[in-house]
Design a protein around this ligand. Structure first.
Ligand code: ADP
Length: 392
């Protein structure tokens, strides 16, 4: 099989993309690109696998929306790829609802079903749909596959996914779905390669990036996760509050806040930023002298430890813990802070290994094996896309 696979991860103002060459040994990463500043100052940067910048270009005002921006990416790739060009496209799609239990090839029917889920993720789902439509119009010959962030969590028991609200609302779809599923699916597969014994046990994985969640993974499968109906639940994040008494929202509405104002507050003004008043970035909080910055970091670690205990209860115990994503992979102090709070469960770190971001950071006398595993959602999308298209 020759040719390339394009993986698209589209947000409201940026498109991250990666190109994988198809070879006998599976997909091999060739390019990483970022088109950001859509609508404001669109800019395209492309690097090769070694990090060498191949293109760094302002696009003027010629990318007024996500669809137009995708066109720029396709044009660039048409010129750049000399190995038979694109043969397929894999998309990250935030919400697969109850309907999707695996990645799906895009057809008129599946696209309509993805669109029907927009009310469940009005901020994010349209960003996934726009590039699919643009590519259908420009390159109808290219097969496209949707890879969902919810799918890894689809096997949950009802106890994990129900809210204690009237059943009619549950039937309408008001229930827990969970997110970061592509990351957790990658972690579960990687753990099988690195530590098959642990992968067969009870593991809490912590995806700690600008969004943050935990997932209870038992024998490689998701049992329960901290994000719920939306990506607002669970842990505090860069700018989102995590778990919040629903009465707070009721109070704000009674004070005259409308949905837009509440949404802006919940998605952009809470979490580490709201707690510290300084920044949403762990690096800046670490460097700050402001006591509120230290409080925000402690709060984050405290909530991670609390939710870990909750997930351990769902699994009847815990054998391993995996840190991943920007903060999980790079912040030794957050990892140490979490471990300190879980010492009662038998978690202990090797300070030197932790300080070096080593793959195995638990001490030899720790009852819980603690690992740092870099996540790779794009590699997961590439694998799932090839499998659906029977190209893998
Ligand atoms: P996203 O969720 O946007 O994909 P990442 O997984 O890359 O983001 O995580 C981004 C976050 O990682 C940043 O907000 C920052 O707080 C944190 N981060 C990145 N590098 C470091 C570092 N060296 N030390 C501590 N935190 C870091």
């Amino acid at each position: 099989m020759t040719g390339s696979l394009l993986v698209l991860n589209t947000g409201s103002s940026s498109i991250k993309f990666q190109v994988f060459a198809l070879g006998r040994d599976g997909p091999e990463r060739r390019l990483k690109g970022l088109l950001d500043g859509i609508r404001v100052h669109p800019h395209l940067e492309v690097k090769d696998e070694a990090g060498t910048v191949l293109l760094d270009k302002d696009l003027g005002d010629h990318a007024e929306n996500v669809g137009a921006a995708v066109e720029h990416v396709l044009t660039f790739l048409q010129d750049a790829l000399d190995d038979g060009g694109l043969v397929a496209i894999g998309h990250r799609v935030v919400h697969g609802g109850r309907r999707f239990e695996g990645p799906a090839r895009i057809t008129a029917e599946t696209l309509a079903e993805i669109e029907a889920l927009v009310p469940l993720a009005p901020l994010h789902q349209p960003n996934s749909i726009a590039p699919i439509r643009t590519i259908q119009a420009l390159r109808p010959d290219l097969p496209q596959v949707a890879c969902f962030d919810t799918v890894f969590h689809r096997g949950h028991a009802e106890l994990a996914d129900r809210f204690a609200i009237p059943e009619a609302l549950d039937r309408e779809g008001v229930r827990r779905y969970g997110f970061h599923g592509l990351s957790y699916a990658f972690i579960a597969e990687r753990l099988r390669e690195l530590d098959p014994e642990l992968a067969g046990g009870r593991v809490v994985a912590a995806h700690l990036g600008s969004g943050a969640s935990l997932c209870a993974i038992q024998e490689g499968r998701s049992i329960e996760t901290t994000m719920g109906f939306t990506a607002l639940d669970g842990l505090p994040m860069g700018t989102r509050p995590g778990r919040l008494d629903a009465g707070v929202i009721l109070y704000l509405m009674q004070q005259g806040w409308d949905a837009k104002k509440i949404e802006r507050m919940l998605y952009h003004e809470c979490g580490l930023l709201g707690l510290s008043g300084v920044s949403n970035d762990v690096r800046e909080l670490k460097a700050s002298q402001d006591p509120r910055a230290g409080f925000a970091l402690d709060y984050f670690a405290h909530r991670i430890a609390q939710e870990t205990a909750l997930l351990a209860t769902s699994m009847g115990g815990i054998d391993g813990f995996v840190f991943t994503a920007g903060i999980g992979e790079r912040s030794a102090s957050i990892r140490a802070n979490v471990a300190k709070r879980l010492a009662w469960l038998g978690m202990a770190l090797d300070d030197e290994a932790n300080g070096a971001d080593a793959p195995l950071i638990s001490s030899t006398d720790s009852r819980i094996v603690v690992r740092v595993i870099p996540t790779d959602e794009e590699a997961m999308i590439a694998r799932q896309t090839l499998k659906v298209l029977d190209l893998g």
